[in-house]
Ligand binder design. Structure first.
Ligand SMILES: [Zn+2]
Length: 69
């Protein structure tokens, strides 16, 4: 049987969207984790900002990339 730990929190992740009300605010509760996926450079976390409804990713360099769509 698999273990179930507590859900990870992303309180140190901020919204990279400059037009967002919660841009660069930490511990604001607007960021939710949206899973991970693998790239050739490693695992990437996907996030979603509840304030501006944008999704973005974070690699290990903490550089955030807004999906352009
Ligand atoms: Zn946002």
């Amino acid at each position: 049987m698999g273990k179930r730990g507590p859900k990870p929190k992303f309180t140190d992740v901020t919204c990279p969207n400059e037009d967002c009300e919660d841009y660069c605010k930490v511990n604001n509760g607007n960021i939710i984790g949206n899973g991970t996926y693998k790239t050739k450079n490693g695992k990437v976390h996907k996030f979603h900002c509840k304030t501006c409804e944008k999704s973005f990713t974070s690699n290990s360099n903490t550089i955030l990339h807004v999906f352009k769509n």
